[in-house]
Design a protein around this ligand. Structure first.
Ligand SMILES: Cc1cc2nc3c(=O)[nH]c(=O)nc-3n(C[C@H](O)[C@H](O)[C@H](O)COP(=O)(O)OP(=O)(O)OC[C@H]3O[C@@H](n4cnc5c(N)ncnc54)[C@H](O)[C@@H]3O)c2cc1C
Length: 240
């Protein structure tokens, strides 16, 4: 796995102040934030950071956000955040944070949801669940493009597609509500026919999204013959 994981996995770093270097609007509710970190540490694709906000009265809120960028982007990380109307932390990122502002983060946090070069790999994402999968895809494209990896990505409509300008042949999209005009691909929920088209003989699956999405996609991955212990899941639920 040379080039993929040049350093051994370590304990997460200390709290540090990242500086926002760019903000990109992805969809009407999603933005990507690039943060420059003074104590940057290499992450594995799939890992996440914890963000901590502190109000003037000392009240604190902290939430987890997956890293979207490849670990080859030295010195910085990208977080892609979906704005929840009544959310505390996601609204702060969307409505308050500007380029040049600083925000407190800690990571990267390890979980079993990391890609270490397993292949062929099947990635299944719903909505913002695509974020850690995009880190895997971006990294694989840069370090080992020959490795088979396919992403099945479920969105509601064309305006909800995150990373729209980076979706290549290794991505299969399905629109669950409203496909764009002239769309001849898959529509509706992910099903076994779409999984079969993604990568053949996948030995490992990474599935990320809401609870219901992860449950149904895991069943499909099992039906496709991927052993349960090779199906890794990450849930972006309300308890996150
Ligand atoms: C490991 C991990 C990685 C994550 N990575 C990402 C990421 O890359 N991008 C991203 O946008 N989010 C991600 N999340 C979700 C994120 O941590 C927050 O839960 C989310 O941003 C909401 O926080 P908030 O403070 O805005 O809302 P809160 O103030 O926590 O909640 C507002 C309301 O929304 C509900 N709610 C909370 N979270 C969700 C949710 N995810 N979906 C639907 N309803 C919800 C709550 O029940 C509440 O009613 C991740 C979660 C985990 C556990």
């Amino acid at each position: 796995m040379d080039g993929l994981t040049p350093v051994e996995q370590r304990a997460p770093g200390k709290w540090q102040l990242g500086t926002v270097t760019s903000i990109k609007r992805e969809t009407p509710t999603v933005k990507s934030f690039r943060l420059e970190l003074p104590m940057w540490m290499e992450h594995f694709p799939g890992q996440h950071y914890v963000v901590r906000l502190t109000a003037p009265d000392g009240y604190r809120a902290q939430r987890s956000y997956s890293v979207a960028s490849s670990p080859l982007d030295e010195g910085e990380i990208e977080l892609t955040i979906d704005r929840l109307d009544d959310g505390e932390v996601s609204t702060y990122f969307h409505d308050v944070l500007e380029k040049g502002d600083r925000v407190e983060v800690r990571g990267p946090f390890a979980s079993y949801f990391v890609w270490r070069g397993e292949s062929p790999a099947l990635l299944i994402g719903g909505g913002s669940g695509v974020v850690p999968l995009m880190s895997m895809l971006r990294h694989r494209r840069r370090v080992m493009p020959e490795v088979p990896m396919g992403l099945v990505y479920s969105v509601r409509s064309a305006e909800d597609v995150i990373y729209a300008d980076e979706l290549e042949d290794d991505v299969l999209l399905t629109y669950t509500r409203e496909p764009p005009e002239g769309w001849s691909g898959h529509t509706g929920r992910i099903d076994s026919s779409l999984i079969a088209m993604a990568t053949s003989d996948s030995e490992t699956a990474f599935i990320c999204g809401s609870n219901g999405f992860v449950d149904s996609a895991s069943s499909l991955a099992m039906e496709a013959g991927i052993p349960p212990d090779r199906i890794r899941t990450e849930r972006f639920g309300p308890t996150g």
